[in-house]
Ligand binder design. Structure first.
Ligand code: PMV
Length: 312
């Protein structure tokens, strides 16, 4: 066995978070600049080095890494090599617990590295299934969108329980992502929506289905490269998410700041109730204005992801 690597990247939900739990469609985008690389060196039994986060043996991994530990043990059994001597090293610039799918990206990179090590082909479907082994333990994820989208390098159309569909996107666009610094809590946010659905079923169902319709429209605009039409869709989505009770005053402050600085649209992304927001820049010159406005409004950290027409 030789040294093997597996790569993956972060993702962000453009539209459809929360609604996706209730079978509405969502769109997730890759963040190719935020990467994860897993390297396996066949020596030193079960030695794991997790992106500066954890260093030790496989069997001693703490509860926080239970999903990863079980994933690796299952992979070792799958390759009939439970006593394999190896060192696994993960290197990444993906921020943790910011709704950018860091755990799913970790799982995908590890799975790819093991399949490369054992020179075995891996279909998208199997990759997603393996990633779900880890995600189900780490997140108990209601929709599975992270595992599904981490396996793709292109925007994906995701409906719970269905095969994710790659969406064509060939446009110049820049997304600016900002962290409120308030720890987002996806599980709590999902229960806020569940409660509201019980208390106000008609109104809440209406917000969820409107969010689904926005995903449908956005997919058309992405495919037609009508970037400027995405802004108003993001803004409408934010209104529905806010009505569902999953925004947060810090998210609202960053969203307002981005819009005042000329963003085409801005909304929370992922679970909400803190966490991160994203804004769509209107053009190259607009990027700096949005970044400055977000800094002034108190963003803890900011990421700029550019997409280019007809390029990776
Ligand atoms: O915060 P994230 O990126 O894990 O996204 C959560 C998305 C939700 O729709 C709120 C929950 C889910 O499982 O789909």
């Amino acid at each position: 066995l030789k040294l093997a690597t597996g790569k993956s990247h972060a993702k962000i939900i453009l539209l459809g978070e929360h609604a996706v739990v209730y079978n509405e469609p969502a769109i997730a985008l890759p963040l190719p600049d935020l990467k994860m690389v897993a390297t396996i060196t066949p020596r030193n039994f079960g030695q794991i080095i997790l992106a500066g986060n954890y260093q030790g043996s496989l069997n001693e991994m703490t509860e926080a890494f239970e999903g990863i530990r079980q994933l690796i043990n299952r992979l070792l059994r799958f390759f009939s090599n439970p006593k394999l001597a190896f060192t696994l090293k993960l290197e990444s610039n993906i921020p943790l617990e910011r709704g950018m799918g860091s755990s799913a990206a970790t799982a995908v990179a590890i799975i790819r590295a093991f399949f490369a090590l054992f020179e075995t082909e891996l279909s998208d479907r199997d990759l997603q299934r393996w990633a779900n082994v880890e995600e189900a333990i780490t997140h108990g994820s209601p929709s599975g969108i992270d595992a599904a989208t981490a396996a793709h390098d292109v925007p994906v159309w995701f409906v719970k329980g269905q095969k994710p569909m790659p969406i064509s996107m060939s446009l110049d666009a820049t997304l600016i992502i900002a962290d409120t610094g308030v720890h987002g809590q996806t599980g709590l946010a999902v229960s806020v929506v569940r409660e509201q659905l019980l208390n106000e079923p008609v109104e809440t169902q209406n917000h969820l289905s409107e969010l689904g319709k926005l995903s449908v429209q956005a997919q058309e605009f992405l495919a037609a490269n009508s970037i400027e039409k995405l802004g108003p869709i993001m803004n409408s989505a934010q209104q529905h998410l806010s009505a569902l009770g999953v925004s947060h005053p810090y998210l609202d402050a960053l969203i307002d700041a981005a819009l005042e600085a000329g963003a085409l649209g801005a909304k929370l992304t992922g679970g909400g109730v803190g966490g991160t927001m994203l804004a769509l820049a209107s053009n190259e010159a607009n990027i700096d204005a949005i970044v400055s406005a977000l800094e002034a409004a108190g963003a803890r950290e900011i990421w700029v992801q550019k997409y280019y027409a007809n390029k990776e």
